[in-house]
Design a protein around this ligand. Structure first.
Ligand code: APR
Length: 237
């Protein structure tokens, strides 16, 4: 696949960069994406605080199932390529919508999780945070007795403030932004590449197909992220 020479030239001059990743970057690891033909949401009710309040035990069980599935998967070449980019740019961060911890497992150090992490939990009442919990029965908080829930962002919930602010700083001060494997339909994550472009960053999309963001970005490279990103790395290192 031909990577436009102008992209490589601009990347070689860049000092600060980030990537915004979505489910498409983990798809080659065997984790289903959310939308599209085999999309995760196709036969499930999207997770929401309301679903949790109506049936906390069921929602807890769903997340234990998802965690079990994710645990069996490994990072793919797109994760390793983004980890390699840390060596190339003076400052590089991965801003992810994914909850699967695969960027960290591939060696990425600066990972900003916009939608939380499936291995982390918190009390639904007092907010006390907990690490990984393996339990069939929904656990209770030892501090206040409240129900413990996965520390991930469900529909209708605000994003973690600190993560959002960190992401905004990268969007406003980077030379390059890679938009990898996201449909760009979920806000506020989908606005981050547009903020980066408004602030002068070169924005490059890597996706199997055209998205709602494509026409607003500088370049779109259509194909599998686990093939394109390693090739891009080859051209840089
Ligand atoms: N390489 C590159 N892109 C891919 C690949 C691949 N191997 N496989 C799929 N894609 C692309 C699809 O074309 C699609 O544009 O990845 C995108 C996945 O889109 P979604 O399923 O909508 O996932 P995402 O954009 O991450 O969803 C955002 O929505 O459901 C919520 O909280 C959830 O974080 C998630 C958010």
């Amino acid at each position: 696949m031909k990577i436009d020479e102008r992209i490589v030239e601009r990347l070689k001059k860049a000092k600060k960069a980030f990537s915004l990743t979505g489910a498409g970057s983990s798809a080659p690891s065997g984790i289903p994406t959310f939308r599209g033909n085999e999309g995760f949401w196709n036969n499930k009710t999207p997770f929401s605080i309301r679903a949790f309040e109506e049936n906390p035990q069921k929602v807890w069980e769903w997340h234990q199932e998802i965690k079990k599935m994710i645990k069996e998967k490994d990072p793919n070449p797109s994760h390793f390529a983004l980890a390699k980019m840390q060596k190339f740019f003076k400052d590089f961060a991965v801003i992810t919508q994914n909850i699967d911890n695969l960027h960290q497992r591939a060696g990425s150090v600066k990972v900003i999780e916009l939608h939380g992490n499936i291995y982390k939990n918190k009390c639904n009442e007092c907010g006390k945070v907990f690490g990984e919990i393996d339990s069939e029965k929904i656990p209770k908080c030892g501090k206040c007795g409240g129900l413990i829930r996965p520390d991930i962002v469900w529909f209708g919930e605000p994003l973690p403030y600190r993560a959002l602010m960190k992401a905004r700083v990268y969007a406003e001060s980077s030379d390059v932004c890679f938009v990898v494997g996201t449909s760009g339909v979920v806000q506020p994550a989908a606005s981050i590449p547009l903020i980066a472009r408004e602030n002068g960053a070169l924005v490059i999309e890597i996706n199997k197909e055209k998205t709602v963001l494509s026409e607003h970005l500088d370049f779109s490279i259509f194909g599998d992220a686990s093939e394109i990103l390693p090739e891009l790395c080859e051209r840089l290192l």
